[in-house]
Design a protein around this ligand. Structure first.
Ligand code: ZN
Length: 166
């Protein structure tokens, strides 16, 4: 099967030259807004039928709420917009591999497809740690597409944590 991007460039940055899907570009923009607000730069966007219905960034510090992760805020907002606790047919685009709490919420919300940027060996629970969607008790498994906008998302986080150490 032909690859959907040019392969005549063997540089490791080859993938970066291919434009990001709009929802991931928007999630990265949310992450940057979060950073400007003093939050860990993580953004999430909820899409249904090609339309963005919610976008959010991490806000635990701003809201004094340990559960105010970007994914949860986007899921809550989308559920209000749709007037339904189930987000059937929706896509969640997030800049970082979701944690166990957010992965649980994604399952409860019946999100159809999960796209994420950087993987998170420390706090992630999709391909690391609890691997929530791989458990027999998991009531719903989205289709999962990792690594979209990975370099951009990881770069924002590296920059943020390097700044805090400085
Ligand atoms: Zn989370």
């Amino acid at each position: 099967m032909p690859l959907p991007y040019p392969t005549n460039d063997s540089s490791p940055d080859c993938m970066n030259k291919w434009p990001l899907p709009d929802p991931m570009a928007l999630a990265l923009e949310q992450a940057r807004l979060g950073q400007q607000a003093g939050e860990v730069p993580i953004g999430a966007v909820l899409v249904k039928g090609g339309a963005v219905i919610a976008a959010a960034h991490n806000m635990p510090r701003t809201l004094h709420d340990p559960t105010a992760h970007a994914e949860l805020l986007a899921i809550r907002a989308a559920a209000q917009v749709l007037g339904n606790e189930r987000l059937d047919g929706c896509e969640l685009w997030v800049t970082l591999e979701p944690c166990a709490m957010c992965a649980g919420a994604i399952a409860h919300a019946r999100i159809a497809r999960l796209y994420y940027g950087a993987s998170d060996a420390k706090g992630g629970a999709v391909e690391h740690g609890a691997r929530v969607f791989e458990q027999a008790q998991c009531l719903h498994r989205p289709e999962i597409y990792p690594g979209i906008g990975e370099n951009e998302a990881a770069g924002l986080l590296r920059q943020f944590f390097a700044g805090r150490r400085g």
